[in-house]
Design a protein around this ligand. Sequence first.
Ligand code: ATP
Length: 461
Amino acid sequence: MAESGSRRSPVKALLDQGREGQQVSVEGWVRTRRGSKECTFLEINDGSCLANLQVVVDAQHEQFAIAEQATTGSSVIVTGTLVSSPGKGQRVELQAGSIDLLQAADGDYPIQKKRHSFEYLRSIAHLRVRSNTFGAVARVRSVLFFAVHEFFQQRGFVYLQAPMITASDAEGAGDMFQVTTLEPQSGEAVDWSKDFFGKKVNLTVSGQLEAELFAHAFHDIYTFGPTFRAENSNTSRHAAEFWMCEPEIGFADLDDNRRLAEDFLRFFIQAGLERCPEDLAFFDQRIEQGLLAKLNKILESDFETITYTEAVRLLEASGENFEFPVSWGHDLQSEHERYLTEKKIGRPTFVVDYPKEIKAFYMRLNDDGKTVAAMDLLVPGVGEIVGGSQREERMDHLQARMKEFGVPEDEYWWYLDLRRYGSVPHSGFGIGFERVLMYITGLSNIRDVIPFPRTPGNVAF
Ligand code: ATP
């Protein structure tokens, strides 16, 4: 049963395929210990799945006293024989042969067999991965991380590792963290030419501009990497460090872009449902009732597309008492996005063609001269999950927009070069990995889908 190159038998493999009479060795941590005069039961978890393997130690066993010291959180290696289990919900259990108690956890182990609040678990992020919820999140995260690459690699996209240190602010996509080796000098104006790079630099807020460069050589590309935004917003949907995937497709318009985003989201959900059924069933039961139905519905239903102008009309006619008033020319707020996708339309919705004033300079101007070919994908429960656009490929239009936005041409000479040497229509979008994870797990706070979240005032672990 031990997998090649490994001594151990993962609990998942034993529970799924273990045979009665099989000699196995399990390495893990004790989730609970309970017992009677006749025997002790140890529930062992090794992170390979949600379920534990039950180990039975008879009172006559020469190591019975050791088993009794194996408190919750202790690390153990148990070697023994698989037998069929009379217990409910498990096919097999392990009749202990030898028990190696590597370390008996202190009695104040912070994760006990009861429901702890998410707030409390965040304060012990070094141990919360050993809880059911965060174990499941970590496994789903790992599987879906791979699925991102799989989706694009299967379609022949080239993976660009966009730089994390950059001198561009990517059109002001978000507030930036500065990177410097200069010592702070109070009162004096900073001379950035003396800094490490000879200029002001920051951590990337988006790899999009670099992605556009690559799309002009490889047609279809994607980035997937850490992204940093110093937004002091402290919401449940924003982290200072998160993972963003940014595909960019050459010779493509907004419709191609929409189709790609839709295919990607479906693939992602399908991958989660197929590869993490046990963990998703757990989320369905414990975190968001109806989660599986919601995800399956997405696979079946067509995504809706409405223009920004239609969206404003729907919101104005809604009769809802929004905190932020709705009017054409203003950005949609979270409450508006959620009304549209949750109450009015009831399924994922692309909102396209936003007023040019509220979107970035690089988005392609539509023929009406008032809107740009932007698209946001809104999903029930989360709101915006994807932001993208068709990019402006016409040099004169781009220059005019840069002027309007005060974007200096000399700093973006390399970006403008693309429109000089073989310009093509191209489109792309950014999708926040954690936002999709929130959607798929039903967890409502981004801090609970990132192993070690970085948010304003919090950089623990
Ligand atoms: P929002 O309006 O939610 O702040 P945004 O308009 O700033 O998002 P974009 O710049 O379009 O977002 O970024 C693309 C995607 O990256 C978003 O749709 C979202 O999924 C994700 N994203 C953006 N900011 C954050 C953040 N601080 N934490 C986690 N994910 C984020």
